[in-house]
Design a protein around this ligand. Structure first.
Ligand SMILES: Cc1cc2nc3c(=O)[nH]c(=O)nc-3n(C[C@H](O)[C@H](O)[C@H](O)COP(=O)(O)O)c2cc1C
Length: 377
């Protein structure tokens, strides 16, 4: 990987060549015309780094703190569903790479390795992500399991009251466990390494839900369980049940950010689900300043979506984020080459940060502020 992947786009190319198209498109696709997905990344180009010279920096300090955790790097890993579909090691590979990088791993409700197994796998910090389910017993059960397994914060994802219109998924007939159609079989033949792993590994299931229903109806269970009527009152109930540090994920509107603070969330993940939900939503990086101006320091802010270069991380931190997060960069790495691929993705950010912090003239993440940023005209 080190000798062939010099950026996230290289990992994406490798992932496309190795993984079944159904799996690759699930990672790579967005909603509707995929404008929000592309915009998330492009809008970083609106900001330039007005670098400072002769700053006398031998080596930059990349560490920061987030919800009381000291992190070696200013990024964390966003939750993502179904990782064993991309590579046989799935969430195990990602959690180990996150611990190695000294940062937080977020496990999705819809993971293909269980809450308990990932909890015991590494000593690194872990957060647990929850969707807004109808079944309160299911919610309670998951929260208790996450607490018992040592997850230190709950992420409530609120931008998926219903599934976004992801046309690549519809065309591919995407589901977990994967459907087996003549087209899928032909595509599997064309991706022999992925297919060998798939047929020689245990079946892929949503590992946290298997006790709830028969295998065949798991996908339906998930669709039926999403609760579009979930409200701020329900969120308050949930925080009471969890009774610990909590992040709300999927906020872009400053008024919602203020409501989240009022409801008791400690951190806000400014996110549009990587452009996979409402295609008309704004890029998270553009909503950072408006949200920070609106709520001040009342909550920690995480910018999630479109981060592909270490300079994107520097821009977000200088604009007032407490951390950034991403999913596709590490998922391309996972699909390209398992844990080694994930590590390559994270190393690209770390190595790039060490280089770009010196180029920007910032000795530490804490030194970054708006004086480094200029809007591109
Ligand atoms: C394949 C895939 C699966 C995802 N699954 C989840 C999930 O289970 N829960 C969640 O809150 N967000 C999920 N997301 C959204 C990510 O957490 C994150 O918000 C988004 O991908 C950030 O954009 P980026 O991929 O450009 O970094 C998923 C994203 C992808 C690409």
């Amino acid at each position: 990987m080190r000798g062939s992947c010099y950026n996230i786009a290289d990992l994406r190319r490798k992932a496309r060549a190795r993984a079944h198209p159904m799996a690759f498109d699930y990672i790579d696709g967005g909603a509707d015309d995929e404008i929000a997905m592309r915009n998330n990344h492009w809008r970083f180009r609106r900001y330039e780094i007005a670098h400072k010279v002769l700053a006398g920096i031998g080596r930059a300090d990349l560490s920061t703190t987030l919800l009381g955790h000291r992190l070696d790097v200013p990024f964390i890993l966003s939750p993502s569903a179904g990782n064993r579909l991309f590579h046989k090691d799935g969430e195990r590979a990602v959690a180990k790479a996150a611990a190695r990088a000294g940062t937080i791993y977020s496990l999705s409700t819809l993971s293909t390795v269980s809450i308990e197994e990932i909890g015991a796998l590494t000593s690194g910090p872990k957060w647990f992500q929850l969707y807004v389910w109808k079944d309160r017993d299911l919610v309670r059960d998951m929260i208790l399991r996450a607490k018992a397994a040592g997850y230190t914060a709950l992420i409530l994802t609120v931008d998926l009251p219903v599934h976004g219109n992801r046309e690549r998924e519809l065309r591919n007939g995407f589901c977990i466990p994967p459907a087996i159609t003549p087209k899928q079989i032909w595509q599997a033949i064309c991706r022999p390494r992925w297919t060998w792993d798939y047929v020689t590994s245990p079946g892929i299931q949503y590992a946290n839900l298997t006790h709830k229903t028969e295998k065949s109806s798991l996908f339906r269970l998930v669709s039926e369980q999403l609760n579009p009527a979930f409200s701020w009152d329900d969120a308050e109930w949930l925080l009471g049940e969890w009774n610990g540090p909590a992040v709300i994920k999927g906020v872009v509107n400053p008024a919602d950010a203020a409501r989240a603070v009022q409801t008791g969330f400690n951190a806000i993940s400014i996110s549009n689900h990587g452009g996979r939900q409402l295609d008309a939503s704004p890029a998270p990086i553009d909503m950072l300043r408006p949200i920070r101006d609106h709520i001040g320091d009342a909550a920690e802010l995480i910018v999630d979506g479109g981060v592909r270069r270490s300079s994107d991380i520097i821009k977000a931190m200088a604009l007032g984020a407490n951390a950034v997060s991403f999913a596709r960069p590490y998922l391309y790495g996972l699909a390209a080459g398992g844990q080694e691929g994930v590590e390559r993705a994270l190393d690209l950010f770390v190595e790039g940060l060490h280089r770009d912090m010196i180029l920007a003239g910032a000795a530490s993440i804490g030194d970054l502020n708006e004086s480094f940023i200029r809007a591109r005209s």
